[in-house]
Design a protein around this ligand. Structure first.
Ligand code: C5P
Length: 239
């Protein structure tokens, strides 16, 4: 059985490798995975991956959310596959070829997750972006359609919100991983930000999430370790 901390993914959304390093040391015993996103990767390149390995036993999620023509995606994935990271992301996008190319490029050395619909996107945004009205009325359908494409392409799982994870688990089974951002513990819900389809850690676990990406509620807490422990005990309760 996995421990509560193994479910917690902390995004290193920080401007410098030095600041990220401080959080890595502080949170190593409290989270199961560190996520490197665009901000830090653009700033520090793959040096940050070595820093994580040197300072922690946690898994590594290189979240670059790639979206490009299949050949470019395949070649980028071949580079990522050489870096010994555990997870990486590609947008599900408009065509299955990008996902197939991502999986081919990964060569089984890194688990590829398809990004379905960002948790910062609302049904209204989808309507305004020109999608069929049935998707704007029921965003879950679009998430499931994109998850279906990712599943068929051989992705290890998807990134989706805690509101859709139950449906995805029912459709694609327990081994198709669900990485869930947009997690907001009840004690952090007062602060408004860009996330729209949010759920609490307990609700995400109850719905079947495998990993909970939780950033600002931990990063901006006065004592990040304590915040991570509060999340872990909520997860424990739900497990
Ligand atoms: O918990 P918080 O909102 O601070 O987490 C932000 C992190 O979640 C960012 O690193 C962002 O890239 C990630 N995220 C994601 N997929 C989404 C939404 C956010 O990976 N759909």
């Amino acid at each position: 059985m996995r421990t509560a901390k193994e479910y917690i993914v902390f995004p290193l959304d920080l401007p410098t490798v030095e600041q990220a390093s401080r959080y890595i040391r502080q949170l190593s015993d409290h989270v199961g995975m560190f996520k490197v996103g665009l901000e830090l990767f653009v700033r520090g390149g793959n040096r940050i991956l070595q820093t994580i390995r040197n300072e922690s036993d946690a898994k590594i999620f290189l979240d670059l959310k790639i979206h490009d023509i299949p050949e470019t995606v395949r070649r980028a994935m071949e580079q990522i596959a050489g870096w010994k990271v555990d997870f990486t992301t590609v947008h599900c996008g408009e065509s299955p070829h990008m996902l197939t190319a991502a999986v081919e490029g990964s060569r089984g050395r890194v688990s590829v997750l398809g990004v379905t619909v960002l948790t910062s996107v609302s049904a209204e945004d989808i309507g305004n972006a020109g999608f069929e009205s049935r998707y704007a009325q029921n965003l879950v359908d679009l998430v499931v359609l994109r998850a279906q494409t990712a599943h068929a392409a051989g992705c290890a799982g998807v990134v989706c919100s805690g509101r859709e994870v139950k449906m995805i688990k029912e459709r694609f089974g327990p081994d198709f991983a669900a990485m869930v951002p947009g997690i907001r513990p009840a004690w952090s819900l007062g602060e408004k930000d860009d996330q729209k389809r949010v759920v609490t850690p307990a609700a995400a676990i109850e719905n079947g999430a495998d990993y909970l990406v939780i950033g600002r509620p931990i990063r901006d807490a006065e004592e990040p370790e304590i915040a991570a422990e509060m999340v872990a005990s909520e997860i424990d309760g739900a497990l």
